[in-house]
Design a protein around this ligand. Structure first.
Ligand SMILES: Nc1ncnc2c1ncn2[C@@H]1O[C@H](COP(=O)(O)OP(=O)(O)O)[C@@H](O)[C@H]1O
Ligand SMILES: [Mg+2]
Ligand SMILES: [Zn+2]
Length: 345
């Protein structure tokens, strides 16, 4: 599994997330004087668990680098941290209901003479408020040698009293560029395969900032092969191209297939200027009186004139910043479905 095998083992291998990485590395340099309760907040698949594991490794690495990152070479660094005494992950379903502080203390006991232990409470927002109150008491006592790391996609569900005592580090969605770079690196160094740039771009685009999504898509690409993968995950721009060709060729059979694919995209994924432009044009194509916008009318008359060069025209206009109206994609699709019937007549 790419998601398992390619999980970074050092901070310097983690994509993006510069602020949390820098702060965690700083803590590794002087753990004795650092806050012991840390909240890692951010969307799924952005590196929270990964960084918590690396944190445990770097805290205990005896040969760590100047910036606080683990050396990556010593015996401790080479071993699997998730099976070590320095790290433990608890699902909120396990500890989410423990309201007894004694029981918590026993569960989380650690012999500090061995080093530092990182205890991850995953999906921390699902821990009941009562159990969170008990945890708060435990955090206040700062058990020796233990760092508590609360991972959450929704920190507003964590008690204010915990949040105000903890250090909160925010994990951002990754940029398109960060994901592309990560995928290129994985393809080259881990999978040792050549992947075309258009696939890398497509995967990055479809993963919407969640690197885990990107890795899962890459895995699918390996299983399916290029052709099948592309037909499943065409970019919306490309789908629109097919869509328009189908209209021109009056292939309502293909058209319904494409609409079905388009409907799998969320509106937010379609909101680029170009896509809106295409939607507007298509809308007008079906109903000439749909707009009294002068520019639109001009374009439609232009379009009528050169019907067969429709796609060229769209490409001419793709960089124009003139269509920013807020068409509702779903209602548009319904309208279109309606017009489809006429098309087949
Ligand atoms: N910032 C990142 N840099 C490199 N790989 C990442 C990053 N974020 C996620 N991944 C990849 O996605 C997988 C899941 O990441 P994880 O840290 O478990 O996400 P989270 O805990 O935020 O849901 C990891 O195994 C890793 O392969
Ligand atoms: Mg996680
Ligand atoms: Zn080391």
């Amino acid at each position: 599994m790419i998601t398992q095998e390619c999980r970074p083992k050092l901070f310097r291998e983690v994509s993006g997330q510069n602020l949390p990485k820098t702060v965690l590395k700083a803590i590794c340099k002087s753990p004795a004087t650092s806050p012991r309760t840390i909240i890692l907040e951010g969307e799924y698949g952005t590196g929270k668990t990964t960084c918590a594991r690396i944190f445990a490794k770097a805290l205990n690495c005896k040969y760590k680098l100047k910036d606080g990152d683990a050396c990556g070479k010593c015996e401790d660094c080479q071993s699997d941290i998730s099976n070590s005494i320095y790290y433990e992950e608890y699902d909120s379903s396990i500890i989410g209901n423990i309201t007894d502080i004694k029981e918590l203390k026993e569960t989380f006991y650690f012999n500090e003479s061995l080093g530092y232990k990182v205890i991850v409470l995953d999906e921390a927002h699902l821990i009941t408020p009562q159990a969170q109150s008990a945890l708060l008491k435990l955090f206040e006592e700062s058990p020796a040698g233990i760092f508590f790391v609360l991972c959450t996609t929704n920190s507003s569900k964590i008690l204010n009293t915990i949040r105000s005592r903890a250090l909160t580090l925010k994990f951002d969605l990754l940029s398109q560029k960060e994901i592309e770079d990560n995928l290129e690196n994985i393809a080259k160094n881990y999978l040792q395969i050549d992947i075309d740039n258009d696939i890398i771009k497509l995967v990055a685009e479809r993963s919407k900032g969640h690197l885990r999504n990107a890795h899962m898509l890459l895995e699918q690409y390996q299983m399916l092969g290029r052709e099948e993968f592309i037909s499943l995950y065409r970019s919306c721009t490309e789908l629109y191209g097919m869509f328009i060709r189908a209209i021109i060729c009056k292939r309502s059979d293909i058209l319904s297939e494409i609409i079905e694919k388009l409907l799998h995209y969320r509106l937010s994924e379609l909101k680029s200027e170009y896509e809106l432009f295409v939607l507007n044009i298509i809308k007008l194509f079906y109903n000439e009186n749909a707009s009294d916008d002068k520019q639109m009318i001009f374009i439609v008359s232009y379009f009528k004139h050169k019907k067969n060069n429709f796609i060229d025209i769209l490409n001419d206009y793709r960089n124009y910043d003139m269509f920013n109206s807020d068409i509702r994609f779903t209602s548009f699709m319904w309208l279109l479905a309606d017009r489809l019937k006429q098309l087949t007549k």
